[in-house]
Ligand binder design. Structure first.
Ligand SMILES: NC(=O)c1ccc[n+]([C@@H]2O[C@H](COP(=O)([O-])OP(=O)(O)OC[C@H]3O[C@@H](n4cnc5c(N)ncnc54)[C@H](O)[C@@H]3O)[C@@H](O)[C@H]2O)c1
Length: 321
């Protein structure tokens, strides 16, 4: 139950997902935060919700693209801060369902329209490295690197960023845009590469790679991602601005597969499939200078992050190991 008038009321959309659930866990560590998690459970799960501090959060099943549902929630609760992390995600899902992806523009507009002239002081938005598209340069810099993608998921994130800038310009609504690069952790579904490879290796199943595996990724452990978001929030940094959040260490998909196989002592074989039609960028790497400054510590190395996942009982249960 929401108790004290001094508590900060925070809406986290997509809070039953990978990144959102990790954000909620850390927000409720502070006793003056009360979090409402709004999620339609399309790719999120109730088991990802916090197990503790039950007096500091509650869950509301809500499709944020539905204006009347979101309006009822936001008008009743009178939030101080909003983290809008709900979205249709995953390369394959977003390619197969482009109209659903485009419908997320409704949710973005709903969040903004209901935040202006309200109790909301600041809105945080989860954009994506996908806005850079096929890179014209590495590393990718927040202001200098052109945004170069036409796939619906990236276009929606780009349009969203434009909405946030415009609402600040016309209505004075403060925002921060997080451009997340690949973030992995124990609550990540097996739609995504680290979790998928690790689950396959732990079960001794084949590991499948689209293309020849030479495409690179960078992998940010979810604690690094969330600690950076919260540093922005608690230190009032990156106001009305954008920040890349991700590791800058390049890893090929082949290297990831071999690392996972060796860390799990697995007998899994690597199988190569034809490359995906589009949306599987060959190279990505953030200029993460802003993130490093805010984090004030080294990023968690990939092998350490994988080790943490292997020791996480919830993750193992979620993949049936
Ligand atoms: N994890 C990454 O590597 C990564 C990279 C770039 C951007 N992002 C962005 O970060 C955010 C979180 O991604 P994630 O990796 O945690 O994915 P996720 O699928 O685990 O979480 C998304 C959550 O949003 C919910 N959701 C989707 N549509 C909704 C709607 N209309 N109304 C209410 N809830 C809805 C889902 O049920 C799910 O719980 C997304 O906006 C995503 O685009 C993530």
């Amino acid at each position: 139950m929401y108790k004290s008038v001094k508590m900060k009321k925070i809406l986290v959309t997509g809070g039953a997902g990978n990144v959102g659930s990790a954000l909620v866990e850390k927000l409720i560590e502070k006793e003056d935060n009360f979090v409402v998690i709004a999620d339609d459970l399309s790719t999120g799960f109730l088991y990802k919700l916090p197990k503790n501090h039950k007096e500091r959060w509650r869950f509301e099943k809500c499709d944020v693209n539905n204006e009347s549902l979101l309006s009822a929630l936001m008008k009743t609760e009178k939030f101080d801060y909003v983290f809008h992390f709900a979205a249709v995600v995953g390369v394959q899902r977003t390619q197969e369902h482009p109209i659903s992806v485009l419908r997320d523009i409704d949710g973005i507009k709903n969040i903004l329209d209901l935040s202006i002239n309200s109790s909301v002081k600041h809105v945080y938005f989860s954009s994506s490295s996908e806005v850079y598209g096929e890179p014209v340069e590495l590393p990718q810099h927040e202001y200098k690197t052109p945004l170069n993608s036409r796939v619906p998921y990236a276009v929606v994130k780009n349009v969203a960023e434009c909405f946030f800038r415009s609402y600040e310009q016309e209505y004075g609504l403060n925002y921060t845009i997080f451009r997340f690069f690949n973030t992995y952790g124990p609550n990540q579904s097996t739609d995504f590469v680290v979790s998928r490879f690790l689950a396959a290796a732990l079960k001794g199943q084949d590991i499948t790679i689209y293309g020849d595996g030479s495409q690179t990724r960078t992998f940010s452990y979810v604690d690094d991602t969330i600690d950076t978001c919260l540093a922005c929030h608690y230190q009032n940094k990156i106001i009305n601005d954008v920040i890349n959040i991700g590791s800058d260490k390049l890893v090929t998909i082949n290297e990831l597969a071999q690392l996972v196989i060796s860390m799990t002592n697995s007998k899994s074989k690597v199988i190569f499939l034809p490359p995906l039609k589009e949306g599987d960028m060959t190279r990505r790497q953030p200029d993460n200078s802003k993130m490093r400054e805010l984090l004030g510590r080294e990023l968690i190395p990939l092998d350490e992050g994988i080790k943490r996942m292997m020791n996480d009982k919830n993750y193992l249960a979620s993949i049936g190991v």
